[in-house]
Ligand binder design. Structure first.
Ligand code: ATP
Ligand code: MG
Length: 406
């Protein structure tokens, strides 16, 4: 089956609503992205149809957050969000409106965070519906809150992080009163750790991560985000060392920690894990990257060939080399050229020997097997052993010596 184009798919849904007497627009991010010439990740539809009507027109629609009037429609392999125009009531906890009521199209645009995110587009007529001049702001590369910035940001402090993320990702200048509002409150009070972690991951995985971090620091948000404030006085050499493509957010986090000269000990990593709700896998990767950076920086020069190969064989090594190069270009270049040399004899060749081979040669399995195999593999990595037979002879010699000692 030919995959359905997401835009056509979403247009069909909007058309179906319109043909049944409703107003239905593309809304928010997908409108912005298209004006920027980017492919929207997902399409959101805003409509005057109430959830009941949406359900009647799309019997398989699933209600999410009934009280917000949001319905999900699965269609053509995509999931679309259909949200009834609404007006958000008072915010009490710095994150969630106390009440909402269904409202008009303008009210629905007015509840959105930034002008560039507050546009609608009629997919059938192609008309742009732009109540807050988002188009002009987008053209001028300006990020501006809809309405009174101080009020809008204090209603929902997640918007503070969204502001930074959008400004970085789309290279927008934060408009002066919006910037002043951002500056006046950097507590992120009421924003859950999931959301802080989620926003930070998105900033750090994007190719614009350096700018995102510069903005976070210039708005003094590093304390709220990472739990500690530390001036990265030396700029961001590690962050800049990462190739500017999308990648694992943890690599960006490790880079930021290096730039801040954060201690890479267990306690600091645990604290970050708890603050950002890192998964076990993320925590392990963070720790591995930071440890390996230190090992390479402190030990590479005097490491044996086998030690270098064992480091280079690690999954995180490519990232580590980028970070190390960012921090010290000359040293990094040296590591790179050493790496080429290591590759000539194989960085992670299959070991010549396994435990089975030792048993086959008459040794009885025991706790020293692992050590014998490790030492033999090191000799293989050093290039001292070239065949399986040489490896076996070498292993037996060590085994005999061990027995002699014992
Ligand atoms: P992206 O999905 O690329 O991160 P987006 O703008 O689509 O960007 P979503 O979180 O998908 O962001 O939200 C869709 C739209 O909902 C936004 O464009 C905005 O109009 C509105 N919106 C989302 N979160 C908020 C918020 N915290 N405050 C006000 N409006 C919001
Ligand atoms: Mg979106």
């Amino acid at each position: 089956m030919k995959p359905v184009d997401p835009r056509d798919n979403a247009s069909d849904v909007a058309r179906h609503l319109q043909e049944n007497g409703h107003v239905a627009y593309f809304a928010g991010g997908c409108v912005r992205d298209r004006l920027l010439g980017l492919a929207p990740v997902d399409y959101d539809i805003a409509t005057d149809a109430t959830p009941d009507r949406v359900k009647a027109l799309f019997p398989h629609a699933i209600s999410v957050g009934e009280s917000f009037g949001v319905m999900l429609v699965r269609r053509g392999g995509h999931t679309l969000e259909i949200a009834t125009f609404r007006s958000d009531g008072l915010y009490r906890d710095g994150r969630h409106p106390e009440t909402i009521r269904f409202g008009t199209e303008i009210e629905d645009a007015a509840r959105r965070d930034f002008t560039v995110n507050a546009m609608f587009e009629d997919p059938v007529s192609g008309l742009l519906i732009d109540h807050f001049n988002g188009r002009a702001d987008l053209d001028d590369r300006v990020l501006r809150a809809v309405g009174d910035p101080a009020e809008r940001l204090s209603e929902d402090r997640l918007r503070v992080l969204r502001a930074i993320r959008f400004a970085a990702r789309f290279e927008l200048e934060i408009e002066a009163t919006t910037a002043a509002a951002l500056r006046s409150d950097h507590t992120l009070e009421g924003v859950s750790r999931e959301r802080v972690g989620g926003e930070l991951r998105r900033m750090l995985s994007d190719s614009t991560r350096v700018r995102a971090v510069e903005l976070l620091e210039s708005f003094a948000l590093d304390l709220a985000v990472l739990g500690t404030a530390r001036p990265s006085g030396g700029g961001h050499p590690a962050l800049k060392g990462l190739a500017p493509e999308n990648r694992e957010p943890i690599d960006g986090l490790a880079a930021w920690m290096l730039d801040r000269e954060d201690p890479a000990d267990r306690t600091s990593i645990r604290a970050l894990r708890d603050g950002l709700l890192l998964s076990n896998r993320e925590e392990r990767r963070l720790e591995s990257v930071l440890t390996l950076v230190r090992e390479v920086e402190d030990g590479w020069e005097r490491a044996s060939m086998a030690q270098r190969k064992r480091s280079a064989a690690r999954e995180e090594f490519t990232t580590v080399v980028e970070l190390v190069r960012g921090r010290d270009a000359g040293f990094g270049a040296g590591v790179m050229s050493d790496l080429l040399e290591l590759e000539a004899t194989g960085i992670a060749p299959d070991p010549f020997l396994s435990g089975e081979d030792l048993i086959g040669a008459g040794l009885s399995p025991g706790p020293d097997f692992k050590q014998i195999l490790d030492v033999t593999y090191d000799a293989q990595l050093e290039g001292d052993l070239e065949t399986r037979a040489e490896a076996l002879a070498f292993a037996l010699k060590i085994a005999r010596r061990a027995q002699g000692d014992g």
